[in-house]
Design a protein around this ligand. Sequence first.
Ligand code: GRF
Length: 220
Amino acid sequence: MTLRIAVLASGRGSNLEALIDAMRTGHLPIEIVLVASDRADAIALRIAEAEGIATLALDPRGYADRASFDTDLFARIAAAAPDLLVLAGFMRILDPAVLAPWAGRAINIHPSLLPKYRGLRTHERAIAAGDATHGASVHFVTAELDGGPVVAQVKIPIESGDTSATLATRLLPHEHRLLVACVGLMAAKRLALEGDAIVFDGRPLAAPLKFRDGRFDADA
Ligand code: GRF
């Protein structure tokens, strides 16, 4: 069965592109039914348009407050009837009330080894802390910013001389593969969220899955 996906993105859209590639090449049984953004100039929207995917740009400045923007955005998302919502570089905090119905059906890709470095400037903060490794996480979305249960992580070494730019560039292709693989797990119905606990292949997941060399570690 094909998983219907809506993607929320504010910018460059390289994670969206990775999903589109995987869809077009038959590596993911998905249909992207909507790409929505809070920025009309988001490159992600141009990528979707070029692929003939439905898009939506809503400007938060046209709304009285966060709650009314989020309510309208999520009503329009619901109208597209996605099975899964993927946040891929969506740079806004979302109202807990609109997220509640999406528990277990919304994931986010975040460029850090959560719970380290929620929020912004993750690469810079990892280098400043003297960390030996950095990485990316895919987590279920909850009301807490970058705080939902973590499904899977990919790790890369921080090299001497790394700047936040070089580290971000090196991490990005790993992020893409991690996100595609996690969406694949959702499409295969191998993941579920029960309360705060992730269930993977019918068993509670004690720790995030480790993603290495393009696959999930068997022992994870
Ligand atoms: C990625 O680093 C993602 O992890 C973070 O925002 C960035 C989005 O990049 N949440 P892109 O728009 O997918 O290229």
